[in-house]
Ligand binder design. Structure first.
Ligand SMILES: NC(=O)C1=CN([C@@H]2O[C@H](COP(=O)(O)OP(=O)(O)OC[C@H]3O[C@@H](n4cnc5c(N)ncnc54)[C@H](OP(=O)(O)O)[C@@H]3O)[C@@H](O)[C@H]2O)C=CC1
Ligand SMILES: O=C(O)[C@H](O)CS(=O)(=O)O
Length: 485
């Protein structure tokens, strides 16, 4: 299945303190390709004791890594960036093999993930402090920013490269060492990143990757070990709550990128073709398995039928297939549970009166594939409204007034991403300011970039990743108050 130019990227052991290690008890777990159920590799299945050793290694390396000049850390990061981009095809193959996304999307993820390394290699040189006018004649006050210390990272399966680099690039640039724990379903991409990090010249102990199947136990060590000063997590709000509780005992700083339930609003005055294009990108990227996917599509009454017809026609053109096929648009869902959730949401919507106008059937491509679907007549009492579907289903709601559309869009505990299409300047400002989300796309369905502060409000998380704001999450502020001047 894999045809790697650099076989060293096919790593199956964890990377701790500059060494490739197996589990103490020799245990392994299998990574399976969701497109066909084939075993890709057997990976070292580490436990809590091994995670503790990785934390010790990061702790031991912390002072020297922080003491390096920003330019020295930057040079190593830029070498890592170059190696990742050189290995783009190999890394894309590994991503597609372990999580199924189309190879063309996987290539895009590698470039997107690498862009955070490039961005923060530079941003790390611009960690500025302050001088503050003294409050007494003999005092002088200076503010400095210092790396927070050892960082623990826990990331999901849906972007197995970009979620790690989006978190650890700012941390490494700020002078933090780290222990990364990737999802059980997709550890290989993270291990390949470690191989390239070693070649880039990261000193041992600075970047550690621990693979394992027991996320709960591994997470407890990261959360409860006092040597870890920060946890950065991307995943569901459910798990985010668990981690917050587990970190309370040691008062850890946290960055949480959690669940979403993105509304996508189309107003009467929108460019309908642009809105359809934006909806396609936002809804069906990664087979709908992203936290910023349009999860609820609200269309104003005057254009509802026309939009539904245009969207259904585009969705009908999608090719469902194995991610290694260059012509594939929609790959498999990640697991049986993921597919069952999609089917459950559709069954619930139909039972409550919705109409499937495109797709809605199982796919004959394979067990975990599902036909991209458009549903009309959706109402707020349906599961597709309350929960993230995390699959290729576009539920369309009709609304009458701007106020009604915005109120419906905000009627959720989540607040990660939202989208709206209008060509009216007044409406653009009113709706943009009224939407309770951390990220808002106006006339675009693709909002993700390293230059902007990605993150949610309400129960979609804490903190921001990317942009100049992203590095602040890995810094502590200290002021020196000098007397007797
Ligand atoms: N805000 C954002 O940027 C993003 C949010 N998400 C959200 O994540 C969800 C889908 O991803 P999914 O992987 O299913 O999310 P999960 O929250 O189930 O898992 C995310 C990560 O947390 C780990 N994990 C699970 N339980 C625990 C625990 N008790 N202690 C420590 N770690 C744990 C998982 O490991 P394992 O899988 O090995 O059990 C995985 O590595 C959706 O809600 C989606 O919206 C996803 C991507 C981006
Ligand atoms: O994991 C996700 O869903 C990502 O955060 C989405 S994005 O950054 O690729 O848009």
């Amino acid at each position: 299945m894999l045809n790697l130019k650099n076989e060293a990227l096919f790593a199956t052991k964890s990377y701790i303190d500059g060494e490739w290690v197996g589990a103490d008890n020799g245990a392994t777990f299998d990574v399976v390709n969701p497109a066909n159920g084939e075993t890709v590799a057997s990976i070292a299945d580490l436990g809590r004791a091994e995670v503790a050793r990785a934390i010790d290694a990061a702790d031991a390396a912390q002072a020297n890594w922080a003491a390096k000049l920003a330019s020295e850390r930057s040079a190593i990061m830029m070498k890592w960036y170059a190696l990742i981009m050189e290995a783009q095809e190999d890394l894309a193959q590994i991503i597609t093999a372990e999580m199924g996304k189309p190879i063309k999307e996987a290539r895009g993820e590698v470039a997107y993930g690498a862009s955070f390394i490039q961005w923060f290699a530079e941003e790390g040189k611009r960690i500025y402090g302050d001088t503050i006018p003294q409050h007494q004649p003999d005092k002088r006050i200076v503010v400095i920013k210092q790396p927070i210390g050892v960082v623990g990272s826990i990331t999901p399966w849906n972007f197995p490269l970009a979620m790690i680099t989006r978190k650890l690039a700012p941390g490494l640039a700020a002078g933090c060492t780290c222990v990364a724990r990737p999802a059980e379903l997709t550890p290989m991409t993270a291990l390949a990143l470690a191989e390239l990090a070693e070649k880039a010249g990261f000193p041992k102990g600075v970047f550690n990757v621990v693979s394992g199947s027991n996320s709960s136990e591994m997470g407890k060590e990261l959360c409860e070990n006092d040597k870890v000063r920060k946890i950065t997590f991307t995943g569901s709000t459910r798990v985010g709550r668990i981690l917050m509780e587990q970190c309370s005992g040691t008062i850890k700083k946290m960055s949480l990128e959690l669940g979403g339930n993105a509304p996508f609003l189309v107003f009467d005055d929108a460019d309908l073709d642009a809105a359809v294009e934006g909806c396609i990108i936002s809804k069906f990227r990664n087979a709908g398995q992203t936290c910023v996917c349009a999860n609820r599509i609200y269309v104003q009454a005057g254009v509802y039928d026309a939009f539904a017809e245009k969207l259904a026609a585009k969705v009908a053109e999608f090719k469902v297939g194995n991610g290694f096929d260059e012509s594939t648009d929609i790959g498999p869902l990640i697991s049986k549970a993921g597919k069952e959730k999609v089917q459950d949401h559709l069954d619930d919507a139909k039972a409550k009166g919705a109409t499937i106008i495109q797709g809605g059937t199982d796919s004959d491509v394979g067990e975990l594939f599902f036909t991209p679907t458009v549903v009309t007549g959706v109402t707020s009492d349906m599961k597709v409204t309350q929960e993230e579907t995390f699959g290729p289903v576009a539920p369309l709601f009709k609304f009458e007034t701007e106020e009604e559309g915005v109120a419906a869009a905000n009627d959720t505990i989540f607040g990660l991403a939202a989208y709206y299409y209008t060509r009216d300047i007044g409406r653009s400002w009113r709706v943009g300011e009224a939407l309770e989300y951390g990220i808002v796309g106006l006339n675009t369905g693709l909002i993700s970039t390293e230059v902007a502060p990605f993150g949610g409000v309400k129960q979609s998380g804490l903190g921001r990743e990317g942009s100049k704001y992203g590095i602040e999450e890995y810094l502590e502020i200290k002021y020196l108050c000098m007397g007797g001047i």
